[in-house]
Design a protein around this ligand. Structure first.
Ligand code: WTA
Length: 649
């Protein structure tokens, strides 16, 4: 199979501002290179040293047991992640520091200190034990983004229950299927949550789901909205009632390092959800270190990762990474455009957020809404920006840099996956010069490469498959209930290495440029093109906010290129603009990539975590309608509009 051709040329380079670098944990490229080299030479010694910064009830006898593709890290050691996130800080000045700053969508506010959070978690851990939850039991969490979701996760971690958080935007059916796959005994939920001023009926969905989940014995319900809900006596328990009777003293259970911490179902853009299994010790070490280095986190930072806790980004960088570092983490329950498109900027201003971590899809929405919204607020508290979830188009990167960061804040474009547990390839903000659109270099301890299908390393700027060649502590351990699928999915496609589906190239400086999922690669007249590069060329046009590119069958060329384009507010989708955009792409990256067709659309179909569902667009581009699986789609109406309006544009 041919590798992937790269056509994007991006020459801009941004050095870490000297003031930022001099105060950073890792201050120069040299320092990074030394750390990287050390970790490569002696990975087990490197990771053991990091692990020693955390608390273990008893030590490991072996750092790594690697029986490919099965890994065990910190073999034989006992630890507890909730202990490391809470108890470890109580004997220090962090005891009365804000662990969690929270704002609800209606504007209600709570601040929870480390000591308070510890007590809440202890209480809830006692509740779990009283309901018969034992180490290894599975617990579903289906909640809005409120402090109790963190309490629930940490309490599970404390007693050794394996949690499985299902994003509150998922349906009853999705919850049912995941609950059955996990075989969970308990569901933790709320009566409802707020989203764009409306109540999401979480408890009603749970009632619907647990009709067909034979393993579920109890349901715990946080009273959030006060709406009236159905109640099954004996099965249902109000959170505030059960914790009232519970003691706030609880000894964290020493758990084996390889004890399963959580199962997280990947929403994926294709196929049936998979229950990704992460374990305790390695995941803890990976999220701890990446938070510390990539976000350069300091005692006085207010760190805001905007992800919902229902995604891995929320697990690792709203809850476990920041708390294991003793940092202040922020959480906001609702939508970024409620009541107006400046809610995020209002929050940054109100809480003096210093580190802001969000997704390219969100940034493209901000661009579409216009810079008048951030301009209304004082954002000078920001010192560092981050992105995750998709390749970021260079123009979106530039907007983020200029408009939000005031040209002052480094940007960390962090590449990782649910499966990797923690950030893998990313700048270190005080050390790594950044290039818009590149996630730069692997973190120390991560051995990444770009290879051909046969596993051969490719040279500079040759597009191929992004792989990880050595085990790392926070890697997934298996797919719940389906070890064969684990082997097949991640370790069979390319000989001897981990591969989870992304195409990439590495430039002459060793920088990684992710080109999108390999399933989305378009084959035009024998040239295999990644979607990201063509999309980036379209997005670099000043009138465009967002673009998604897919292939459709073409008799002559193999595949033709169809681009779905969203314009910035205030621009009309005139037919002349279609020609202008086609020429713009030809000029930016070459005639080969000139789209055969441009379709304007108000919105693109996205997964609930914000990734563009190119699979559905492919169907629309070739058949006029999408008939495939749409269960992970955020907004069904987008698809309907696209399908019916397809002919007239
Ligand atoms: C994509 C989210 C380019 C990629 C943490 C990956 C990215 C998938 C980046 C995982 C990035 C994530 N640049 N692509 N910085 N970050 N991706 O499991 O395709 O929701 O394989 O984990 O998102 O998505 P997931």
């Amino acid at each position: 199979m041919a590798d992937i051709e790269s056509i994007l040329k991006e020459e801009r380079v941004f050095l870490p501002p000297s003031q930022f670098a001099s105060a950073a944990r890792i201050k120069s490229l040299d320092e990074y290179a030394r750390l990287y080299e050390r970790a490569a030479r002696e990975p087990e010694g490197f990771w053991a040293e990091v692990a020693k910064e955390l608390h273990w009830f008893s030590p490991w006898t072996q750092v790594l047991d690697w029986n490919p593709p099965w890994a065990k890290w910190f073999v034989g050691a006992k630890t507890n992640l909730a202990y490391n996130c809470l108890d470890r800080h109580l004997g220090t000045p962090r005891k009365n520091k804000a662990a969690l700053i929270w704002e609800g969508e209606p504007g209600d506010r709570r601040t929870v200190t480390y000591q308070q959070l510890h007590r809440e978690v202890c209480r809830f851990a006692n509740v779990l034990s009283r309901l018969g939850i034992r180490p290894g039991d599975r617990v579903m969490i289906y909640m809005p983004l409120i402090p109790e979701i963190a309490v629930a996760m940490l309490a599970c971690a404390r007693v050794g229950a394996t949690h499985s958080v299902v994003f509150g935007g998922f349906s009853a059916e999705a919850l049912r299927d995941r609950t059955n796959d996990a075989g969970a005994k308990l569901v933790i939920t709320a009566d409802g949550g707020y989203r764009r001023g409306k109540v999401v009926p979480l408890k009603a969905n749970v009632d619907q789901a647990v009709k067909d989940t034979p393993t579920v014995e109890n349901v715990i319900v946080v009273k959030r909205t006060g709406e009236s809900i159905a109640w099954v006596p004996g099965r249902d328990h109000y959170w505030h009632e059960v914790i009232e009777a519970a003691s706030d003293k609880h000894d964290a259970v020493p758990l084996d390092s390889e004890h399963p911490l959580f199962i997280l179902y990947t929403s994926g853009t294709t196929g049936k959800p998979k229950g990704i299994v992460h374990t305790t010790g390695g995941y803890m070490v990976g999220t701890y270190l990446s938070t510390k280095w990539v976000f350069d986190i300091k005692e006085e930072d207010t760190f805001w990762c905007t992800a919902d806790v229902g995604w891995v980004t929320g697990h690792s960088y709203v809850v476990y990474g920041p708390l294991s570092n003793g940092a202040t983490t922020m959480m906001y329950e609702g939508a970024p455009d409620h009541p107006e498109p400046d809610r995020f900027w209002r929050l940054i201003d109100a809480y003096d957020v210093s580190i802001f971590y969000t997704a390219p899809t969100a940034i493209r929405s901000f661009i579409r809404w216009g810079e008048q919204w951030p301009m209304k607020h004082d954002l000078t508290s920001l010192r560092l920006l981050g992105t995750v979830g998709e390749p970021i188009n260079p123009e979106a990167w530039m907007w983020y840099h200029k408009v939000l960061g005031g040209g002052r804040c480094p940007i960390v474009d962090t590449w990782w996956q649910t499966e990797t547990g923690a950030i893998m390839v990313s700048p270190l903000p005080g050390a790594t010069p950044t290039k818009p659109g590149s996630c730069t270099r692997p973190l120390p301890g991560v051995v990444a490469d770009v290879v051909a299908k046969d596993g051969r390393s490719l040279g500079p700027n040759e597009g191929g498959y992004l792989v990880i060649k050595k085990p790392w502590p926070s890697m997934l351990r298996t797919i719940h209930g389906d070890p064969d699928r684990y082997v097949k999915q991640y370790f069979s496609e390319i000989p001897g290495v981990y591969f989870a589906g992304d195409g990439a190239r590495r430039d002459a400086d060793g920088y990684f440029w992710v080109m999108g999922r390999v399933d989305d690669v378009i084959n035009v007249a024998g040239h295999r093109l990644g979607t990201m590069e063509i999309e980036s060329a379209i997005v670099s046009h000043p009138k465009v906010a967002e673009a998604a590119v897919v292939g459709r069958p073409d008799e002559l060329k193999g595949q033709g290129i169809v681009a779905f384009v969203t314009l910035k507010k205030g621009n009309d989708p005139r037919p002349e603009l279609q020609d202008m955009l086609r020429e713009h792409v030809a000029k930016e990256i070459g005639a080969l990539a000139r789209p055969d067709e441009i379709r304007f659309t108000e919105a693109l179909p996205k997964t609930r975590s914000g990734k563009i569902m190119r699979r559905l667009l492919k169907e629309i581009a070739s058949t006029g309608a999408a008939k495939g699986d749409t269960t992970t789609l955020e907004d069904m109406s987008v698809l309907l509009r696209l399908s019916t309006s397809s002919e007239e544009e």
